[in-house]
Design a binder for this molecule. Structure first.
Ligand code: 1CP
Length: 355
């Protein structure tokens, strides 16, 4: 990087509180954004929703850009997360995918070698070109203080949907495959590890300033398999990104990992740990390096409830993290019945340091 570029890179970071935290700085008040901040709880999202199905919304840069910007306009969030989905990767690999109203995602399950062989890593770059176009537009459109976040699902969580063929509480078919046909399961995870890293590098080159890895089902695994199917592939992705695009930060979200979260943070090399609703962030803070940024972790149902409980809990989380790098967020996504004015109240509470 020449001198002019490195100066402009640091000037850019200085104006973005979320990027400063990802670099290890304890910014006060903490930057705030919310998982699923663009979603059904917003009337302007519901208005667009009737115009196109879910995948069309993800794959049409005009629509995806507009949906990403909606919560930024309303709340001036510190982070704008690309409107897309973790299941865009299986779709781009060639797996059939439908989002069915009331049911959620439906995929043609991958359960044998023939089905795996039909997937093609070569298709991913072209199939995801509209996502990169969305990021380029967002990079131009966002306020200078807002950090643009790209994302992907982690290999294990994406494999859960690919093998099961949709959502599930237990993902028993997937966990059976991991135990009974480890060669097939490992081949699927390898394919996902490679293509996820490539796809994220593409997102970074198109304008994503940091990326998040969602491992929503990491907590289903016992420790030995957690190390194998969650920590190891995540470490490979983080190493690839750090080597290919030095300086770009990766936020890891090993949901429901419980006591394994601190080991995940230490062993994967992620630059920040996103904590789920059940995590005791003060305890996790004591188990990871003091410079490791933590993100989280208000209960989405407390946000939905609003009122005094919301203000009290939001302040408690914020104040407990004071003095260490912290990004305020929920412990999981905003739920659809959340009143939009509760989100406004939350953002105001986090930013009001007089209280
Ligand atoms: O039209 C709609 O309301 C569809 C709902 C919806 C939305 C708004 C889906 C279907 N995906 C999304 C967007 C989305 N998904 C984002 C966009 C950015 C933002 O946060 O605002 C992100 C980051 C995701 C990530 C995602 N998709 C995860 C990981 C996070 C988590 O929630 O645990 C997972 C597991 C998915 C799969 C998925 N996509 C959609 C649904 C309903 C589901 C869950 C399916 C299930 O398990 O039953």
């Amino acid at each position: 990087m020449d001198r002019e570029n490195s100066l402009s890179a640091s000037a850019k970071t200085a104006s973005k509180p979320l990027l400063r935290v990802l670099q290890g700085e304890a910014v006060w008040p903490p930057p705030v954004w919310l998982m699923r901040q663009a979603g059904r709880y917003l009337p302007e999202f519901r208005a667009l929703r009737d115009k196109a199905d879910f995948m069309t919304r993800c794959m049409t840069p005009d629509l995806a850009t507009e949906i990403t910007l909606q919560p930024i306009r309303r709340y001036a969030m510190d982070g704008a997360i690309l409107f897309s989905d973790i299941l865009v990767l299986p779709w781009a690999l060639g797996q059939s995918l439908d989002f069915v109203e009331g049911t959620g995602p439906v995929l043609e399950p991958i359960r044998d070698r023939a089905a795996l062989a039909r997937l093609s890593a070569q298709r991913v770059a072209e199939a995801t070109a509209p996502v990169r176009e969305t990021l380029r537009r967002l990079a131009q459109a966002l306020p200078s203080a807002t950090t643009l976040l790209g994302f992907a699902g982690s290999p294990f969580t994406v494999a859960c949907y690919m093998v099961e063929g949709g959502g599930s509480r237990e993902f028993a078919v997937t966990r059976d495959m991991a135990l009974n046909d480890p060669a097939l399961f490992d081949a699927l995870l390898d394919l996902l590890t490679e293509t996820t890293a490539e796809m994220l590098i593409g997102q970074i080159d198109a304008g994503a300033e940091a990326v998040m890895l969602f491992d929503s089902w990491a907590g289903l695994l016992p420790p030995s398999q957690f190390r194998k199917h969650v920590i190891a592939p995540t470490r490979r992705i983080v190493e690839r990104l750090h080597t290919a695009r030095p300086g770009v930060k990766v936020i890891g979200f090993p949901r429901l990992a419980g006591v394994m979260a601190a080991e995940y943070a230490r062993e994967t090399g992620v630059d920040a740990l996103a904590c789920d609703t059940g995590a005791d962030m003060a305890r996790i803070a004591a188990e990871v390096p003091a410079t490791l940024p933590l993100q989280g972790n208000l209960d989405p149902l407390i946000l939905k409830a609003g009122g005094e409980a919301l203000t009290t809990e939001a302040r408690a989380i914020r104040d407990a993290m004071r003095g260490r790098p912290h990004i305020f967020n929920l412990g999981h996504g905003v739920v659809p019945p959340t009143p939009p004015e509760h989100v406004a109240a939350l953002v105001e509470t986090v930013r009001d340091v007089s209280a």
